[in-house]
Design a protein around this ligand. Structure first.
Ligand code: COA
Length: 322
């Protein structure tokens, strides 16, 4: 049986750091409030000339280098992003060109903070069914571009970044399963209420911002993530005690802690980057994975649970041997 296995990871954060103290000078908030409610201390923000594809390129090159793969080896590119460089071509096509790869399928996936898990699920199906042998799967965002920097209820939460993996065909187990879900009934709890087809002029003028009913999102996220980890364990007939590392979407430390409690996992088995990165949307899981691989926590053969929740609502999980 053919599996898909992660053979390289990469991450990239823009140079500019925005601390809680910086934010307290911009809106009516405090370092204490942000730390207590979210766990976030700082986040990175893309520079004026820096676009999603720039971040994606750094992360992709690092992942390819770790995997020992060159451009001609890659036969599928999927970029998960909510903040594409252009209306079209897709960021995946722009990235393909940057990397000097020609001819393979390249497309974007849009599932907001669940984007990377969606992209991984799609790439896994390509690889397992013989449609690709060496895929580049990227989560990249310049989410700062759709933040209203006068709205304290949202601007303290998000940051920019990119993470990437190389996913290759293997006879050894890698990804065991991915579980992808959505429910559009919740669209207005977390959304950018404007888009190209409805408010073209506002979008072009940069007046299309993320809006969120944080409290309601919080409750649904905690319950939904609890359900998806159960679904994933049951599907694989695996006990939660077998999981080596939880690699959650990094939205809020309290949401992460709730899922860890549900899995009875101590926090030292949970990869947490939210303090340093904030919520980087589709980039958060591959960034967290890359941090934990490079600092030696995640090792070959470890069993990883990834889970994410985001606008749509969308949610998903992946269970895999690294
Ligand atoms: N600084 C200071 N006060 C703030 C604030 C900020 N940055 N943002 C909101 N507040 C205030 C509110 O105005 C409110 O004041 P009031 O009681 O006078 O009306 C008070 O803090 C409590 O607001 P509330 O929204 O109930 O706080 P909360 O405990 O739910 O925390 C979030 C807010 C956003 C941190 C929390 O709801 C959350 O993390 N939600 C999930 C968001 C998320 O993860 N989204 C992405 C999913 S992928």
């Amino acid at each position: 049986m053919t599996y898909s296995r992660i053979t390289g990871t990469g991450g990239y954060l823009p140079e500019k750091v925005l601390s809680n103290q910086d934010l307290a000078r911009m809106v009516d908030t405090s370092d204490e409030w942000i730390r207590e409610r979210t766990g976030i201390l700082k986040r990175h923000i893309a520079g004026p000339g820096e676009a999603t594809c720039d971040l994606a390129e750094h992360a992709a090159r690092a992942a390819m280098e770790m995997a020992g793969r060159k451009a001609s080896d890659i036969d599928l590119i999927i970029v998960a992003t909510t903040t594409a460089d252009r209306i079209f071509p897709s960021t995946a096509c722009l990235l393909q060109q940057r990397l000097g790869i020609h001819g393979c399928a390249a497309f974007d996936v849009q599932a907001v903070c669940t984007g990377f898990v969606y992209a991984l699920g799609v790439a896994d199906r390509f690889v397992r069914t013989g449609g690709a042998r060496c895929a580049l799967v990227v989560g990249a965002e310049t989410i700062s571009r759709i933040i209203d920097w006068t709205d304290r209820s949202t601007c303290v939460l998000f940051g920019d970044g990119a993470g990437a993996v190389v996913l290759e065909a293997s006879e050894e187990p890698g990804i065991l399963s991915t579980h992808l879900h959505a429910d559009g009934r919740f669209e207005t709890l977390l959304h950018v209420p404007k888009g190209i087809s409805t408010h073209y002029d506002d979008v072009m003028a940069g007046k299309a911002y993320l809006q969120m009913k944080g409290n309601e999102v919080f409750k649904v996220a905690v319950n939904t993530l609890g359900r998806i980890v159960d679904e994933t364990l049951e599907y694989n007939d695996i006990d939660k005690a077998q999981i080596d590392w939880l690699i959650p979407h990094q939205a809020n430390i309290r949401i992460i802690q709730a899922t860890a409690r549900k899995l009875k996992m101590p926090m030292d088995r949970v990869v947490v980057t939210v303090e340093e990165h904030g919520n980087t949307s589709a980039a958060s899981i591959p960034l967290a994975l890359d941090v934990a691989v490079r600092d030696g926590r995640v090792r070959p053969g470890d069993l990883l649970m990834m889970e994410a929740f985001g606008g749509g609502f969308t949610w998903g999980s992946a269970l895999l041997y690294y």
